[in-house]
Design a protein around this ligand. Structure first.
Ligand code: A3P
Length: 306
């Protein structure tokens, strides 16, 4: 428990500068003339713009770094991003509302701009691949992944803090991950990290060259390099540059500088993780190893995972 107290204290330590979360949209893409016609956050329609269904979706994975990726891409003048996680393709109650409902939640964009939506739950949803394909079979998908064990711990940490906030009881990581002396492979956070199983479904509907995999571990350490790869994948001119990022020592992560503003991700992103028992870590590494190898073969790419 001591580690959680330390974690809570760290969480309460302010980071300078202290932004809340990024604003959903940026006007950086517009010329001066267009800007003067644009109202804050596109609440009304700027002339020459319409709402478009996304040409690109960040489909996951939960806790992979999806928010960082979206906010960093939003620096690009040819990209506009949806304000919220829409959950159109993975939640039936939204899907039945139809494509026009979905489009109505997208930002206004000019013809030369790409609309991007991100809902991390799509990657693990059994229905999302087919539904997205039926909306746009030539869509470009972005998938950000990180070491599967780290992702499980990050997933656990998020739920842990949510439960604390809601005054619900919490359990140590090891108490959830190990049941009757064995790895609890039914734990949802573990299942979400079985990237090969989920990827198999996507590859039934999309070709590999429609899916760009962003290395979430690299995005943390050298964001620019990962974003330049995305610019190339989306056939966009290179506009994101090193001065768009600065390392914030207090937060321990890169933050964003654009439009004359500096901002870090919300405090719920980049939280300290619990220190996990070495034996449990080894059990997780060895459980994921075979799945990772299968995933590497599937996508023709390797990652520096345990
Ligand atoms: P942790 O909070 O566990 O460290 P998502 O947005 O998909 O929920 O992913 C959250 C994760 O994004 C964070 O997990 C963090 O590691 C990662 N991340 C990547 N770049 C970041 C950045 N610049 N600032 C904060 N978190 C970042």
């Amino acid at each position: 428990m001591a580690v959680y107290l330390v974690a809570v204290l760290l969480l309460l330590t302010p980071c300078q500068p202290v932004p809340l979360d990024f604003p959903p949209l940026s006007n950086s893409s517009l010329t001066f003339e267009e800007l003067s016609n644009t109202t804050e956050q596109y609440s009304t329609q700027p002339p020459g713009t319409i709402r478009r269904t996304p040409q690109t979706i960040i489909v996951g994975v939960r806790k992979g770094g999806t928010r960082a990726l979206l906010e960093m891409l939003d620096i690009h003048p040819n990209i506009v991003v949806a304000a919220t996680e829409v959950h159109f393709f993975d939640w039936d109650e939204n899907y039945v509302k139809g494509i026009e409902w979905y489009r109505s939640l997208m930002p206004f964009s000019f013809e030369n701009q790409i609309t991007i939506e991100k809902t991390p739950g799509y990657f693990t949803s059994p229905l999302a691949p087919e539904r997205i394909h039926s909306m746009n079979s030539s869509i470009k998908l972005l998938l950000i992944l990180r070491d599967p064990t780290e992702r499980v711990i990050s997933d656990y940490t998020q739920v842990y803090y949510n439960r604390l906030e809601n005054h619900k009881p919490v359990q140590p990581f090891e108490g959830i991950v190990i049941k009757n002396g064995a790895l609890n492979t039914k734990y949802k956070a573990i299942q979400r990290s079985l990237y090969d199983i989920h990827m198999e479904r996507w590859l039934k509907h999309f070709s590999l060259n429609q899916i760009h995999i962003v290395d979430g571990n690299t995005l943390i350490k050298t964001p620019l390099a990962e974003l330049q790869k995305v610019e190339r994948f989306l056939n966009l001119p290179p506009r994101i540059v090193s001065s768009n990022f600065y390392f914030n020592q207090t937060k321990g992560f890169y933050c964003i500088r654009s439009d004359g503003r500096e901002r870090c991700l919300h405090e719920s992103k980049g939280r300290p993780h619990p220190v996990v028992n070495e034996t449990v870590l080894e059990q997780l590494y060895s459980y994921f190893r075979e799945h990772n190898q299968r995933f590497y073969t599937m996508v023709n790419q390797t990652f520096d995972w345990h």
